[in-house]
Design a protein around this ligand. Structure first.
Ligand code: NAD
Length: 418
């Protein structure tokens, strides 16, 4: 598959083109940012528990390093393909640009269902994948992080493999590591906390407070779980949450710490006794103030966008709304906080983790969260300014703000060779 073949990639480029048009972007810059700089495809042979060897396909796509070293997560999922990884890599470039970070954009992935791997198999896969992409990553080249299907333990194996091959400890090669080996306080919950900070800003624009606002959250992994928890702790009423097993609903609001306890024991939300079951589709169309899709891309589409009954959509996941659904949300006056802004808390704290790892000097959680809030809310304000000035929706405004910074940097650096 060519990277430009997938709908997600095409949607992403469509949004970039619209945004470039809004700011009269230099056509040569636009031409360059539509393509990833480099795409690496590797075979990952893994010794399975039954001693057979199975080969998985892995990808690392590096979209742009105009603003700094490449940065982006690694996804383990059965639907991973080159085009999806390329779309996610491009989104990382624009996210880092929008958030004023000195980083470029990349993404990686392995086509595998991680739930079918034992711990040893997952470790073997991670170590060989790291070794295969080893020549292309590094603390000042490309710094991976977790994404769907990977976690701090996966990042610890990545850090260890890279360090063993280099001959000395290199904690700054990866972010999202456990604290004990150079991770940052606040990194685990940072994306979910950023979702809540941006939801609060969006509600404020509609004259409503976060406390008392009703939420419906799809996905109860790292992002969804932390968004639900931080929302709950700040007085929001979390009506429903879901995961791949289905959803749970309570009109009175879910007791999120209790749901988290249940999930840590039972793995999924299904069967939680103090709520009613709800399907993932019905969760999306629930009447609420904030809908936060925090699972996979493309879940809000032409087929369900008109049934949504929310005031705000805050995109915890990457690409949860298709391009046409996103336009329809704007027509319906539903405020849509786009992914590159709403889920930026993770990469902001990843940036802090990288800086701390390079400096071997560590901050406490309060410092991390305060600095993250400042960066993400400033970005929200810049997007709002662009939205007001250009009279466009938030997604276009966010992308236009991102493209503008990238355009300046690209023109300053110029083209090598001329
Ligand atoms: P995760 O693997 O921890 O959780 C994913 C959740 O989605 C799980 O609860 C899973 O059961 C659920 N899910 C999977 N398929 C589903 C389906 N068909 N319907 C409903 N739920 C389903 O992943 P994560 O790290 O929470 O990432 C979620 C999204 O957020 C992804 O789009 C990711 O790219 C994005 N994101 C993550 C981070 C981060 O720091 N982890 C940062 C930025 C963006």
């Amino acid at each position: 598959m060519d990277y430009a073949e997938g709908v997600f990639y095409q949607n992403t480029i469509k949004i970039v083109e619209e945004a470039a048009n809004v700011i009269n972007c230099d056509p040569n810059v636009l031409e360059r940012i539509k393509y990833p700089r480099r795409a690496i495809i590797v075979s990952v042979p893994v010794r399975m528990d039954d001693y057979r060897v199975k080969v998985f396909t892995g990808y690392r796509v590096q979209h742009s390093s105009t603003l700094g070293p490449f940065k982006g997560g690694i996804r383990y999922h059965q639907d991973v393909d080159l085009s999806e990884v390329a779309a996610l890599a491009a989104l990382m470039t624009f996210k880092c640009s929008l958030l004023s970070l000195p980083l470029g954009g990349a993404k990686g992935g392995v086509k595998v269902d991680p739930t079918k791997l034992s711990r040893t198999e997952k470790q073997n896969l991670t170590r060989r994948f790291t070794s295969e992409i080893g020549p292309f990553i590094g603390p000042s080249k490309d710094i991976p992080a977790p994404d769907v299907g990977t976690d701090p333990q996966t990042m610890a194996w990545l850090m260890d493999t890279y360090s063993q091959e280099q001959g000395y400890a290199q904690p700054s090669v990866v972010t999202g590591k456990p604290i004990e080996i150079g991770g940052s306080h606040g990194r685990m919950g940072s994306t979910g906390l950023g979702v809540i900070f941006t939801a609060e800003k969006a509600l404020e624009k509609l004259g409503q407070k976060l406390s008392g606002a009703t939420f419906s959250i799809q996905g109860f992994g790292n992002v969804g779980q932390h968004a639900a928890l931080y929302g709950f702790q700040r007085g929001a009423k979390i009506l429903a949450v879901s995961d791949v097993s289905g959803g749970i609903y309570s009109a009175a609001g879910l007791d999120i710490p209790d749901v988290i306890r249940y999930v840590s024991e039972h793995k999924v939300v299904k069967g939680y006794p103090k709520a009613e079951p709800i399907s993932n589709e019905d969760l999306l169309t629930l009447k609420c103030d904030v809908l936060a899709p925090c699972a996979l891309d493309g879940v809000i589409h032409d087929g369900n966008v008109d049934k949504l009954q929310t005031r705000v959509v805050v995109e915890g996941a990457n690409g949860p709304c298709t391009a046409t659904a996103s336009r329809r949300l704007a027509e319906r006056d539903i405020l849509n906080v786009p992914d590159i802004l709403a889920n930026g808390g993770g990469v902001i704290v990843s940036y802090f983790e990288w800086v701390q790892s390079l400096a071997y000097f560590f901050w406490d959680e309060e410092q991390v969260n305060t600095k993250m809030k400042q960066i993400i809310t400033n970005a929200f304000d810049r997007v709002w300014e662009m939205k007001t000035e250009k009279k466009v929706d938030m997604r276009t405004a966010a992308m236009a703000t991102a493209v503008k910074r990238l355009e300046k940097a690209m023109l300053l650096r110029g083209l090598y060779p001329r």
